[in-house]
Design a protein around this ligand. Structure first.
Ligand code: FPP
Length: 246
């Protein structure tokens, strides 16, 4: 089946959609600067875009979405900006808990939540627990996340299991190592989207991105629309994935 008339954007083959889309939500600051608004307004608009695009991904029947909300490096931003992003997360998670039955997303966090404010950490835990039954569409929110940090953490956990006699390093496989990552049980992303003209991975899903297709666009994240998502999916569908073969 090709794209529905109601869907804006280019032709997309709805029978061959990516199973897992990951997004680096970039460009909020520039969006705000262009409008002479504070950076926090850009993040608020970015959070709104996430609500819209996540809904569209869910309607398409794509089962996994992973978004980069806050990196291990983002603590270097001003305290006001960090607090603004945390405030948006707080509001978002309150909505997740309130509207769970209507929205039907499973919410899972990737990252070290220990430095977060206790109330926000509790909200993350509650949202993750309460949304467990909604397995049709899962949103992984990367929060205080870094790809290298994730791999180091997995290596530490694995080494501890080796010392405890529960694992044998001579027999370690990729599939076994996967079990120590935040993303255990989640298929690798097929498509990684980065808006705002930057063409970097920025420590996002380093292990999982091994065979992902990348899509870059100059559109800033707060301006990213359903039609841009369909463009990204159409571009993905025109690529030949080779997984190292010919
Ligand atoms: C990058 O844009 C964006 C971030 C560091 C924060 C992303 C956060 C949100 C979209 C809102 C909160 C998240 C949720 C899950 C509700 P940038 O600030 O680096 O933009 P710039 O490169 O234009 O300055």
């Amino acid at each position: 089946m090709l794209f529905s008339k109601k869907t804006p954007g280019p032709e997309v083959d709805l029978e061959h959609l990516p199973r897992h889309i990951a997004i680096i939500m970039d460009g909020n600051g520039r969006w705000a600067r262009k409008r002479r608004l504070p950076r926090s307004a850009g993040h608020a608009a970015g959070a709104e875009t996430l609500r819209r695009i996540a809904g569209h991904i869910q309607r398409l029947g794509i089962p996994y979405l992973t978004v980069y909300a806050f990196s291990t490096e983002n603590w270097k931003r001003s305290p006001e900006e960090v607090e603004a992003i945390m405030g948006l997360l707080r509001t978002y998670l309150q909505e997740v808990l309130r509207d769970m039955e209507k929205n039907r997303f499973q919410t899972v966090f990737f990252g070290d939540l220990s430095p977060l404010a206790p109330d926000l950490r509790a909200l993350c835990r509650q949202a993750q627990e309460a949304s467990r039954p909604y397995t049709d569409c899962r949103m992984n929110i990367c929060l205080n996340y870094g790809g290298r940090d994730e791999i180091l953490r997995a290596a530490r956990l694995y080494a501890a299991d080796c010392l405890a006699g529960k694992a044998d390093p001579q027999r370690l496989t990729e599939a076994e190592f996967d079990q120590y990552l935040y993303s255990r049980g989640v298929p690798d992303p097929d498509l990684i989207i980065r808006p705002s003209g930057e063409q970097r991975l920025s420590n996002f899903l380093l292990w999982q991105a091994a065979y992902a297709e990348f899509y870059y666009t100059d559109v800033l994240w707060p301006d990213f629309k359903e039609a841009d998502l369909m463009e990204a999916i159409a571009a993905y569908q025109h690529r030949k994935r080779r997984f190292g073969g010919v």
